[in-house]
Design a protein around this ligand. Structure first.
Ligand code: 9D3
Length: 252
């Protein structure tokens, strides 16, 4: 998969792209990331990329011209590949959206900065707008890296594991079960005996139950959409009976 990232701060991407899984994916040509500095497409003496908003008010707005020039220099006019604007106004990124985008061979990522971008960029240049969640950042650079990271994990072979991202908690729809590694006892805290038992059926059931209990406690919103087996239902019903017997009657 190839990404073309349009940004005023290309240098912030490099350390992360040169690390770990993304670095390996680039080395093995599974991933290609080209960085384009929007400032390179300014034509004025001071390389200005932002300006005051028409109508007044605070903040600065990213100018349309350098952004159009940068994107069209790489993708043509109109752009031959989808271009995503990272913006707090976009649809919120979930694993479902990541999956949808993973079918694309090439993707442009436009990182907004300042208070926003000239509306004509939205209307006439980009094909999609994505936010990574409801909190305020200083620009679209970290969101773009997050999108590249999440999409790279879905490229077959990028995780160096044939099963790839299949087991991921948000792929299955449940939160993950607890993980332990050696030693079996650390500062007096023991690893649950079932994990040392060698009984793989019990281990599988225990992990599933832990994932169900944890999801119910921390993310009941996920559980509502998740398809439960008969054994899952029994486990959750018992869990509810033990903790709050009145709820158990209601949830039947
Ligand atoms: C006053 C309204 N602000 C919107 C909440 C203005 C504003 C603040 C910060 C506009 C842009 C930004 C910079 N943020 C991004 O460009 C951004 C972002 C984010 O702040 N949160 C979550 N996802 C994203 S994607 C791009």
């Amino acid at each position: 998969m190839r990404f073309d990232i349009f940004t005023l701060f290309p240098e912030v991407f490099k350390p992360y792209l040169e690390t770990s899984i993304l670095y390996r994916a680039i080395q093995s040509s599974l991933l290609q990331v080209e960085l384009h500095n929007i400032r390179d497409w300014t034509t004025d003496r001071h390389h200005v990329t932002d300006d005051a908003p028409y109508g007044g008010g605070g903040g600065m707005v990213m100018k349309a011209e350098p952004v159009f020039k940068a994107v069209e220099a790489v993708f043509g006019s109109p752009p031959a590949s989808p271009v995503i604007l990272l913006t707090p106004q976009g649809r919120v990124l979930t694993q479902e959206v990541v999956k949808e985008l993973s079918s694309l061979p090439r993707l442009g990522l436009l990182c907004g900065h300042y208070e926003g971008v000239d509306e004509r960029i939205r209307e006439h240049l980009v094909s999609d707008e994505i936010s990574i969640g409801d909190y305020v950042l200083t620009g679209g650079e970290l969101p773009a890296l997050i999108l590249v990271d999440a999409l790279t994990r879905l490229i077959p072979g990028a995780l160096g594991d044939p099963d790839g991202a299949q087991d991921d908690s948000h792929a299955s729809g449940l939160l993950e079960y607890p993980h332990y590694t050696r030693p079996a006892e650390f500062r007096g805290w023991r690893v649950p005996e079932v994990l040392l038992s060698g009984n793989h059926a019990s281990i599988t059931r225990w992990r599933r139950n832990q994932a169900l209990a944890r999801t119910r406690q921390r993310r009941p919103d996920l559980l509502k959409r998740f398809l439960l087996s008969t054994a899952d239902r029994e486990f959750l019903e018992n869990l509810i009976k033990e903790s709050d017997p009145l709820d158990a009657e209601e949830s039947k």
